[in-house]
Design a protein around this ligand. Structure first.
Ligand SMILES: Nc1ncnc2c1ncn2[C@@H]1O[C@H](COP(=O)(O)OP(=O)(O)OP(=O)(O)O)[C@@H](O)[C@H]1O
Ligand SMILES: [Mg+2]
Length: 279
């Protein structure tokens, strides 16, 4: 950063596939760029490359004349070296190389993890200042965070992913750092109020026990699936003068509320987007 501070690192993580990590990452990127922050992204899902493809679609629209802000972006792929230890050293070197190249000249680095456990995903979790875990509103998704008694919904203990975060928090603590862990519900439906309430109740109890903050997430909206090809987010809609639907207005508000709940450090006064929009 221009004032000597290093970038704030936000990791999107959840070993459950399809929970909304890449969609949320993309919306965070645009919201933070709009605040005047210099944003960079690292995509660790070298197979699907969802965030990278989303940003490539956006870059294409910008190249064709759209006036939209862009972050710096990179993808770090899994190592192809057969030897286990050499592969890990290779991945560590390339991941930290990209991260280091971003932290001094950006305000926020957003890292999108794959929907499965991997060495690089763990490395990223260990670097997080903020960890944002989107989850669908169901006990299937909750199962990766904690084991819950099927009869009375009491908490039996943490599950795989919480244990991983616990481990990463201990590592961070050794170097004097902390990880602010936020769990957000994604694709929240308007139907099935009973399931929604039950998941909410369990999450509130888990938050205290495991040590995360539950933050308001994003509702289920078909538009999220349609924006990808044009590289657009909910926040870009309406810029060219078309009237927003009620649903789009509500969606934008949800994104802004989510960004506010991250509680990021204030924007430094002289910061300007590193890669600005085409005029
Ligand atoms: N709030 C939402 N409303 C409707 N569809 C959504 C919403 N959030 C995400 N989706 C859709 O759900 C699917 C999975 O989302 P996304 O790719 O963001 O998840 P992911 O956690 O990154 O997945 P993976 O673990 O495979 O990387 C996509 O088709 C996306 O368009
Ligand atoms: Mg993804």
């Amino acid at each position: 950063m221009s004032d000597g501070r290093r970038a704030h690192i936000v990791v999107l993580g959840n070993e459950k596939g399809g929970s909304g990590k890449s969609t949320s990452a993309m919306h965070l990127v645009v919201a933070l760029l709009e605040q005047g922050r210099r944003v960079a992204t690292i995509d660790l899902d070298g197979r699907q490359r969802t965030l990278t493809r989303y940003l490539e679609n956006r870059a294409k629209a910008v190249a064709e004349g759209a006036n939209m802000l862009m972050p710096s972006f990179a993808v770090v792929t899994r190592s192809e070296i057969p030897d286990f230890h050499e592969a890990q050293a290779d991945e560590r070197g390339r991941f930290l190389g990209v991260l280091e190249s971003y932290v001094d000249n950006h305000d926020v680095v957003i890292i999108d993890c794959p929907g499965s456990d991997s060495f690089m995903s763990r490395l990223a979790h260990g670097c997080a200042d903020t960890l944002l875990t989107p989850m669908n509103d169901s006990f299937i998704d909750l199962d990766l965070i904690a084991r819950v008694d099927p009869n009375d919904h009491s908490i039996l203990g943490p599950s795989l992913y919480s244990e991983l975060v616990w481990e990463m928090r201990k590592r961070r603590a050794r170097t004097g750092g902390t990880i602010d862990w936020l769990v957000m519900r994604n694709r929240v439906g308007h139907l099935d109020a009973r399931n929604k309430r039950r998941v909410s109740e369990v999450l509130a109890r888990l938050a205290k026990r495991i040590g995360f903050r539950v933050v308001a997430g994003l509702s289920e909206r078909v538009t999220y699936r349609e924006l990808f090809l044009q590289g657009l987010t909910m926040l870009d809609l309406g810029r060219t003068g078309q009237t927003l639907t009620m649903s789009e207005v509500a969606a934008r508000q949800e994104v802004r509320t989510l960004v506010a709940s991250l509680d990021l450090p204030p924007v430094s006064r002289d910061a300007a987007p590193l890669v600005s929009a085409a005029e």
